[in-house]
Design a protein around this ligand. Structure first.
Ligand code: GLA
Length: 466
């Protein structure tokens, strides 16, 4: 039977998501809309343990859901509007849109644009024509924004989920995840499918290996005696408001096509580095070697790429680049492809070590995380000074491994720490990173915390006991 998002009763006891929190959300809802919500949707954020910037190249990644999430309280209405309100009204203004006229602002996306991505994706997917149900929605998000913990995908996934439920439909989790990965791209970022997959497919207590094409989530049991600690560098990076993310996606695609062409494949149909590796029947280390043989370390210019791919520059701009990357002049293909193939190998090694219950497991996993960070920093260039500094502080404070998590260029680090050392670790990181700067010191409460693999998306019904 297809695995569907669970529909559960309103928690009557304190849970991860918090009975008190849902009660408060219901009160806010009533204050704003003058009626009770009919149901609540919830979708969590995630921390990626290893496998950065490789999902959009076709490779498996290894995230876990976190407790921080987006919860939306909903009442369906007979009107043709969606009324959005946010618990943090001082930061996120109310917004109304007609169900048949979604308008996503790609140039400067705001919170409601992510909601509209999920709403539009769902209505298109279900081919819901008029009348789509109107809704009153009160949104409460606890994932820190622009921090690499997938706050935007949690909102997109939750919006799609409540739209589905409000219209009396039910889809399997993998279909929801695939659909949400696609509709989040309406915002203009060419992300992969990791964030949406883990938000729907997570289970409490295990991290997941997420494979793509077809989408599949496999439990990964982490060794006993270790904990994961998240620390926010307090440098915000909104990937939808900048070009770096899409530039990396383009660089990977160009590297794919040049490798494919030089190896005599029908290169134009190749979009992902993973597909070239498969077509050439190479192991990941052999793919890294191939990059060394074929690509050069100096950045490629547009004209060189056009010459290799036998393409006119105007076709390159219109077919290969997008509006956000139209200005990019040089492309580091060797570095990006080397990162992708080597990182894909580290994910498989990580999973293998967890499966084998290796007695040296935690040391080996820590080493892989450190190698991943180095590759993200030096080859993929998706770190930043504060984040590198934070990772060093975490290692000095006793982490066995530490790395940036999520898109990078700011946001969070994830560290693997012996459980019996976590308190000491937190004290040291606070002292040596946060307390060095008054702005960061003021943010430490919500920026530094241990985390456990959390549960995936859910629907809560207020009228049934759980
Ligand atoms: C963002 C994207 C993901 C993934 C990560 C980097 O979170 O949404 O699909 O590419 O960056 O690993």
């Amino acid at each position: 039977m297809a695995d569907k998002v669970p529909v559960v009763g309103f928690p009557t006891v304190q849970t991860d998501q918090g009975f008190e929190r849902l009660k408060k959300l219901a009160e806010k809802f009533k204050e704003k809309f003058g009626c009770e919500p009919n149901f609540y949707g919830r979708a969590p954020g995630r921390v990626n343990l290893i496998g950065e910037h490789i999902d959009y190249c076709g490779y498996s990644v290894l995230p876990m859901a976190i407790e921080q999430d987006v919860v939306i309280a909903v009442a369906t209405t007979e009107s043709q509007d969606v009324l959005l309100s946010n618990v943090k009204s001082e930061l996120y203004s109310d917004f109304v849109f007609p169900v048949n006229n979604v308008n996503i602002n790609k140039d400067s996306p705001q919170w409601q644009d992510y909601f509209q991505c999920g709403f539009l994706g769902m209505t298109e997917h279900l081919k819901l024509s008029s009348p789509v149900r109107g809704m009153k929605c009160m949104v409460d998000g606890t994932v820190p924004p622009s921090s690499g913990l997938s706050s935007s995908s949690a909102l997109v996934c939750c919006a799609a989920l409540v739209t589905m439920y409000a219209n009396g439909k039910s889809l399997p989790k993998n279909e929801l995840a695939d659909m949400c990965a696609k509709c989040e791209r309406y915002i203009g970022t060419q992300g992969g499918g990791m964030d949406q997959a883990i938000s729907f497919m997570a289970h409490k207590g295990t991290a997941k290996l997420i494979d793509f094409n077809p989408l599949k989530a496999t439990d990964v049991y982490l060794p006993d005696g270790i904990s994961f600690v998240i620390s926010n560098s307090c440098v915000e990076k909104n990937k939808a408001a900048s070009s770096e993310f899409n530039t990396r996606v383009v660089e990977c695609r160009i590297a794919t096509q040049i490798l494919a062409k030089q190896k005599g494949l029908q290169w134009a149909s190749f979009q992902h580095l993973g597909d070239v590796q498969k077509a050439l029947n190479l192991s990941l280390p052999q793919a890294v070697k191939l990059v060394k043989e074929i690509l050069h370390k100096e950045p490629y210019t547009r004209s060189e790429i056009c010459q290799i791919l036998d393409m006119k520059e105007e076709d390159f701009v219109s077919n290969v680049l997008s509006s956000r990357t139209a200005q990019v002049q040089s492309f580091k293909l060797f570095q990006r492809a080397t990162h992708v193939f080597s990182e894909a190998g580290r994910v498989l090694s990580f999973k293998h070590i967890c499966d084998e219950a290796d007695p040296q497991a935690s040391q080996k996993l820590g080493k892989l995380m450190n190698e991943s960070h180095t590759s993200c920093r030096d080859m993929y260039e998706c770190s930043c000074t504060d984040l590198d500094n934070l990772v060093s502080v975490c290692l000095e404070a006793g982490a066995l491994g530490s790395r940036l998590t999520g898109a990078g260029w700011g946001g969070c680090a994830v560290s693997m720490v012996p459980t019996n050392h976590v308190m000491d670790f937190l004290v040291k990181v606070k002292k040596n990173y946060y307390d060095k700067n008054s702005t960061k010191a003021a943010m430490v409460g919500k920026s530094l915390f241990a985390t456990q693999p959390g549960t995936g998306a859910q629907i809560y019904l207020p009228n049934i006991a759980s």
